[in-house]
Design a binder for this molecule. Structure first.
Ligand code: ADP
Ligand code: SF4
Ligand code: MG
Length: 353
């Protein structure tokens, strides 16, 4: 190992690591393979962004990491959290971990806050559930501390949920998730329902988390601007797979995967040259396309793409992508036939096969 200057955090290794993780839902039509073999790590105090169109499996992945999946779903592969094998814990052990070590921030704060309970009571209940015997003073101290981080004045401690604005309620939800000091938090589109100003506040707060609590965060959003501002790294998800992952600046300035490139283009053009979505829609996850799942929509598709799964490769500095075209420009040799552009007719035939 080369000796380089690095922070103490990097020595700790990853907080969470998934290897070939799969999550599927049993349906009448067969299993919906919503997470189809993903591998990645999250480091301590890191914010990892997760982007992709609707239906690509982002929420399923987030819930799968925390173990909050509905009945009829299943997981396999490997999932390690601080040295614990999460896929082989008992239901009870999993429940104990949730809240104290693993937490999820949901989108709709109003449905999660009890209108008849003061904020102080919400904190009391949360803390007492997980830390039996905690004193009233300690509850107050811990709650006020986390409220301060969230920018909520101590004078509001005894207020009721309806006395807060939407943005403040969202911050309260985050505070309630953080008061237990979880090591890893999944935030699933936490800012979707908020206006731009509040959104900016929340992002700043999420950004401060690592300094205050050393929390690692998976931030799911379809807003690439938020990722660029708040995240260290970004993972791009398509049809149940992570197709690209790396340092957020590197991925945004030099995307390796055509899906990432098209996603960036469609977002940018939303504000400049009008609507410009990627043609088509993500595939049915009961029967995804052969080869590269993106090939029916990919402007760069070659013949090999419809036949063979692209390999997840590191293109330098941990910037990984699974794409034959990226391999080709990195020097991988493909036969003339393999790299011939995929014709529309061939796309249709490949889909039927
Ligand atoms: N409870 C469920 N039962 C069956 N299929 C589901 C269920 N929840 C989600 N799905 C399917 O799993 C796929 C991924 O969904 P989801 O994880 O919500 O994606 P995203 O968050 O990226 O929009 C979609 O095809 C969706 O229809
Ligand atoms: S593997 Fe082929 S079809 Fe898939 S994204 Fe790369 S170029 Fe496009
Ligand atoms: Mg979702």
């Amino acid at each position: 190992m080369t000796v380089v200057e690095h922070s103490a955090h990097e020595d700790d290794g990853p907080v969470l690591e998934a290897r070939d993780l799969r999550v599927w839902y049993a349906t009448d039509r067969g299993p919906v393979r919503a997470v189809d073999g993903v591998s990645f790590q999250i480091r301590r105090g890191e914010i990892l962004g997760l982007v992709g169109e609707s239906g690509c499996g982002k929420s399923t992945l987030g819930r799968g990491l925390i173990g909050l999946l509905p009945d009829g779903s299943a997981r396999d592969g490997e999932l390690e959290f601080q040295g614990l094998d999460l896929l082989h814990l008992s239901a009870r052990e999993q429940r104990d971990l949730r809240g104290t070590d693993l937490a999820m921030i949901f989108q709709e704060p109003l449905t999660r806050l009890n209108p008849l309970m003061r904020i102080s009571e919400h904190f009391e209940e949360t803390l007492r559930t997980h830390e039996k015997g905690i004193s009233k003073d300690e509850v107050r101290r811990r709650s006020l501390e986390v409220l301060r981080v969230m920018g909520i004045p101590p004078t509001r401690y005894r207020a009721y949920p309806h006395e807060f604005s939407g943005g403040m309620r969202q911050r309260l939800m985050i505070a309630l998730a953080l008061v237990l000091r979880p090591a890893f938090v999944v935030a699933d589109e936490p800012t979707t329902a908020l206006d731009v100003l509040v959104e900016a506040q929340i992002i700043r707060i999420l950004h401060d988390l690592r300094r205050e609590y050393d929390t690692s965060l998976l931030l799911i959003t379809h807003n690439l601007g938020i990722i660029a501002e708040a995240c260290d790294r970004v993972a791009v998800m398509y049809a149940g797979e992570i197709v690209e992952i790396g340092d957020a600046t590197a991925v945004f300035s030099h995307p390796k995967h055509p899906y990432t490139r098209e996603l960036l283009r469609s977002t940018i053009s939303l504000s400049t040259t009008g609507l410009n979505y990627i043609d088509g829609a993500p595939p049915d996850l009961v029967e995804p396309p052969s080869g590269c799942h993106f090939h029916p929509r990919c402007p760069d598709a070659m013949r090999i793409c419809a036949e063979r799964d692209p390999v997840d490769r590191d293109h330098g500095d941990g910037h990984r992508a699974a794409c034959w075209a990226a391999d080709l420009s990195d020097g991988l040799s493909l036969s003339e036939d393999e790299r011939a552009p995929l014709e529309r007719e061939e796309i249709a035939v490949a889909d039927e096969a």
